[in-house]
Design a protein around this ligand. Structure first.
Ligand SMILES: Nc1ncnc2c1ncn2[C@@H]1O[C@H](COP(=O)(O)OP(=O)(O)OP(=O)(O)O)[C@@H](O)[C@H]1O
Ligand SMILES: [Mg+2]
Length: 400
């Protein structure tokens, strides 16, 4: 008798679609970083003084998710370390820390402990007063003649969970150092992060600022083609697949990660079908799947307050038709929904954070609009397709 699983396993065995799937993974480092020459050169020229033993300015990189910030800074770091002359008479350390990693930025203690570990020191899990951990950190940096560059990726996480104190202390640390010097490179995809922190921290952190703009559809096409060539078997990509994939991701605020994910999932769906080609239909299905997963994720795993915020956005989207709406409108709607449901009302700042999370997830697009005199408004647009909007609304209504 024929085993019903044979077909399934056989098609995977034959591996008709992928040559090397790891190439589409986020952590894969492409050989060439396209369309970021300008930004990479700027970063390099700001950091170049370290090679002569001079402290570079603090640097702040920002841009929406998937615009190549992490990729670019890691490239520059590797190049600097490669060029650094070991006989320079001083040491150069460039440490990278992703503040979003689990637990790292939960407390000032934890993040300092992590940095100390990276610098080769040791600190017990708990027990010391924070002041003592700072002392240890300072001592570790200052024990030799060196320049330390700290790359704090997703730096907004530190102020969300801790407070501005950590960044304030960090940017003041130089005055306590006598042998060594410290610069901070902050990276964030939260475009309003700087607006919300202590002005002293802001000005010190952003001595230099570099913006990473979103990729447009044509640029995404080129990036995808480059990656796809090593990843897929010859001829498996049907005509127009790369183009449509780029168009989807361009709509999704020019997110290269999203484009790569879409293509990978489309490939997996084609493989599962036993189809020798990735078709447009696989791509549409992949896009639907990503959107659905994101919404479902919010609805099944996030707390009620998130549902209320999302629901407010869905309602406003319906009511306003083509009129734009802003964070403030969402907050008003959210308040009234909470009141109706006898729920506690979160602060406007917290609701802004939730809106930011939805933006990151690609459920909405937030556009920051300058209003003169430093004021800014955040316009919100839904970024998911019509049929999923209806489904999502229904699901939330049931859960409320
Ligand atoms: N110019 C590019 N050329 C090739 N691949 C790119 C380019 N830009 C981004 N990518 C790829 O897209 C993905 C996302 O890039 P990256 O992690 O640098 O984004 P990011 O700006 O740090 O986003 P986030 O704010 O979400 O951390 C990675 O897999 C990266 O390799
Ligand atoms: Mg990043």
């Amino acid at each position: 008798m024929k085993n019903p699983l044979d077909d399934i396993f056989d098609s995977f065995d034959r591996n008709i679609i992928f040559k090397d799937k790891t190439i589409l993974q986020t952590k894969h480092r492409p050989e060439e970083i396209l369309y970021r020459d300008e930004q990479i050169k700027q970063v390099a020229s700001i950091l170049a003084p370290v090679l002569r033993g001079e402290r570079p300015s603090n640097l702040f990189l920002y841009g929406k998710t998937g615009t190549g910030k992490t990729l670019s800074i890691q490239f520059v770091r590797d190049e600097l370390l490669r060029r650094f002359n070991k006989d320079s008479g001083f040491n150069l350390k460039i440490e990278y820390l992703n503040c979003k990693l689990k637990k790292i930025s939960d407390t000032e203690y934890r993040i300092l402990a992590e940095l100390i570990k990276k610098l080769g020191g040791e600190v017990h899990q708990t027990g010391l007063p924070t002041q003592a951990v700072y002392a240890k950190f300072t001592e570790l940096i200052d024990k030799e003649k060196q320049i330390v560059l700290l790359i704090l990726d997703e730096i907004d996480q530190t102020t969300k969970k801790i407070s501005d104190d950590f960044l304030y202390n960090l940017t003041r640390l130089n005055s306590e150092l006598s042998n060594s010097q410290l610069s901070v490179i902050g990276i964030s995809n939260d475009l309003t992060f700087l607006d919300e922190i202590d002005p002293r921290v802001r000005s010190s952190l952003s001595e230099e600022e570099i913006v990473f703009p979103p990729y447009n559809a044509l640029q995404l096409q080129k990036i995808l083609k480059e990656r796809a060539s090593g990843c897929f078997k010859e001829g498996v990509l049907d005509d127009g697949v790369i183009e449509k994939c780029s168009a989807y991701a361009a709509r999704e605020h020019g997110d290269a990660r999203r484009a790569l994910d879409l293509l990978r999932i489309a490939g997996e769906l084609a493989e599962r079908d036993g189809s020798g080609k990735i078709l447009i239909s696989h791509l549409d299905e992949a896009n639907n799947k990503i959107e659905k997963d994101k919404i479902l994720d919010v609805i099944t795993s996030e707390p009620k307050q998130h549902h209320f915020v999302l629901y407010s956005i869905l309602r406003l989207n319906e009511e306003r038709k083509n009129e734009p709406f802003f964070t403030g409108d969402v907050y008003n709607m959210y308040q009234s929904i909470c009141q109706k449901n006898k729920m506690d009302i979160l602060t406007q700042r917290r609701v802004s954070d939730i809106i930011q999370e939805f933006d990151m997830l690609g459920i909405i697009n937030v556009n920051v609009i300058s209003k003169g005199r430093g004021g800014r408004m955040r316009e919100i647009k839904l970024a998911i397709s019509k049929d999923i909007i209806g489904k999502a609304k229904e699901l939330i209504e049931n859960s409320i």
